[in-house]
Design a protein around this ligand. Structure first.
Ligand code: NAD
Ligand code: AKB
Length: 316
């Protein structure tokens, strides 16, 4: 049975991943952690919880030893839009935190799963069907830390035999925790505003196409990749994964099938638009499909139906 430490566990992914993994592996085998605990939530109360700031290597090591951890899922990070407001903090947390986790993992024989992002790509990357192995020259601090992080994880595998794995997530859409300061966040906010006010003012321009995925598929991706037979993994850090690709008009058209009077307007944030323009329009995830049977379940239509149903319950 695995003993898993999740860092950054109170964010958009951790809020749902911890609960799913506690169901699968047993509540006491999944240790949620974050650098602070502002309130009690089901994540902090349904199993072990530790205060771990990933910039503090001793706190990571203490949690790993205390709970006999054998796997770390590292979710602590600063995302793209917030990262441009604080590049040096983004470097310290995304790179310094990952380095600390890899060192603790090397010393304590832990496997490490760290999500990467479509942010590893940049303006010189092929935009359509972006291949698994291609040009990676990102123009955001977040992207720089994600490329360097992928290389560092591969290095720890090659040099020290640490079992490191990761996937390049696209924008994630979910209905439990709000997203934490990314370029793709509009695709979550739009559903809340559609239900609350029947209109949404988008900070990205029409025609801005990016890859996206619904949270249930994103959770399956981590678990499937962590469980994958290592003999079948040619790549490790990190796999392209995607489920759909759309622009603001595309998601609005889908929402209008359920809320016909929904209105979409634009008030473009040029700084965030620049980030979105530097990312792919669509990813080729055939290597993940081949090497560990990646196969997402939700497309734009089924995700929209589920998002609106779940959010209606939450907002009522
Ligand atoms: P999030 O911002 O919602 O959560 C990250 C959490 O990390 C936050 O709760 C934050 O408080 C915490 N944190 C920040 N600094 C910390 C530190 N020093 N020590 C401990 N915790 C700290 O992010 P998320 O969406 O849950 O993303 C998790 C991972 O997935 C990140 O690596 C991110 O780059 C990656 N990812 C996310 C998406 C997405 O759309 N959500 C897409 C691609 C990749
Ligand atoms: C962001 O927009 O920063 C994230 C990501 C795609 O990495 N959602």
């Amino acid at each position: 049975m695995k003993k898993i430490l999740v860092t950054g566990a109170l964010g958009q992914i951790g809020t749902e991943l911890v609960m799913k993994m506690r169901d699968m592996y047993g509540a006491n085998n999944v240790i949620a952690s974050s650098r602070s605990k502002r309130k009690e939530t089901e994540v902090t109360e349904s199993g072990p919880f530790e205060l771990v700031d990933v910039v503090n290597a001793q706190q990571i090591a203490d949690a790993v030893k205390k709970h006999n951890v054998d796997t770390v899922v590292n979710l602590a990070a600063i995302l793209s839009a917030s990262g441009e407001a604080n590049p040096s903090g983004t470097w310290d947390i995304n790179m310094g935190g990952l380095y600390n986790i890899l060192e603790v993992a090397r010393e304590n024989n832990c496997a490490v799963c760290t999500p990467s992002s479509i942010a590893v790509f940049g303006p010189s990357t092929p935009k359509e069907q972006t291949p698994q192995d291609t040009v990676m020259r990102p123009t955001t601090m977040y992207g720089v830390t994600k490329v360097a992080g992928e290389l560092l994880c591969d290095y720890y595998h090659m040099k020290f035999n640490v079992d490191t794995r990761g996937m390049r997530y696209p924008g994630l859409i979910s209905n439990k925790a709000l997203p934490g300061g990314g370029t793709t966040d509009y695709a979550v906010h739009i559903y809340y505003e559609a239900l609350k006010h029947k209109k949404y003012e988008c900070f990205l321009d029409k025609g801005t196409r990016m890859d996206m995925m619904y949270m249930p598929d994103a959770l399956n991706a981590v678990i499937q990749l962590m469980e994958a037979d290592p003999a079948k993994l040619i790549h490790r850090n990190a796999f392209n994964v995607t489920a759909m690709s759309f622009d603001p008009e595309g998601i609005a058209a889908e929402i209008r099938k359920h809320i016909p009077e929904f209105e979409l307007t634009y008030n473009v944030n040029q700084d965030i638009q620049k980030i979105a323009n530097s990312w792919p329009d669509s990813l080729d995830d055939s290597q993940a499909r081949k090497q560990w049977n990646w196969n997402p379940k939700y497309d734009l239509a089924s995700m929209t139906e589920d998002m609106l149903t779940e959010l209606k319950k939450k907002l009522n």
